[in-house]
Design a protein around this ligand. Structure first.
Ligand code: NI
Length: 202
């Protein structure tokens, strides 16, 4: 799945879903991306299962910023690239990275069991935690974060073979649980690290 159609779909979803302009504010010259956009709410409570089988919620990492990316472990290219970006950016941040908990949330919970998530995330950085859940739990969180995803059957497959279309953004949530900003998955590690360094306090 190439990036461009996904990005366009993702942008449409983000715009339609709430009139967000956060991404556009971010892209716009001189406009601070923290400018509140009336009526926009991204994020909220969630209950999921981490890669050790433990139940987790948005309160499971008190005092930390959450850097959240949605995808799935069989993703051929986009997810691995974007997770590499997150891992590299956190390395570049040095000590400041300790204030950030990176989370990889699957939008393919049927195949992405906790064990599968554990094996996958450790290839990127030991900091990264993989979260899965029931399809209902995942759907609820994806809705709260305005994440688009859809099953894409493999035409030559036997029905169990499929890929997932999904939007690819990196969300930064503040320690108090509020939405801070969003980055396109295509952001470079340097740019991500630079912007995170400005936002992370302490
Ligand atoms: Ni992916």
């Amino acid at each position: 799945m190439s990036r461009r159609p996904l990005l366009i779909v993702a942008l449409l979803i983000v715009i339609l879903a709430g009139g967000v302009g956060t991404f556009w504010w971010y892209a716009g010259a001189g406009v601070d991306s923290t400018t509140p956009v009336p009526g926009t709410v991204i994020g909220g409570p969630f209950t999921l299962t981490d890669d050790t089988g433990r139940t987790v919620t948005e309160r499971s990492w008190p005092g930390k910023y959450l850097l959240i990316y949605f995808g799935y472990t069989s993703c051929p290219d986009v997810c691995p690239t974007d997770l590499q970006t997150i891992a590299k950016a956190l390395d570049e941040l040095g000590g400041k990275a300790d204030a950030i908990q990176p989370l990889f949330v699957t939008i393919d919970p049927v195949r992405d069991t906790p064990g599968q998530m554990a094996a996958y995330v450790k290839a990127f950085t030991p900091r990264l935690r993989g979260l899965t859940g029931t399809p209902t739990q995942i759907r609820a969180m994806a809705k709260a974060y305005r994440v688009y995803y859809a099953k894409h059957p493999d035409p030559g497959g036997n029905g169990s073979d499929y890929s997932m279309d999904h939007s690819a953004f990196i969300y930064l949530m503040a320690p108090d649980g509020h939405f801070d900003t969003i980055y396109p998955g295509t952001t470079s590690p340097d740019m991500l690290a630079t912007d995170l360094a400005k936002r992370i306090k302490g």
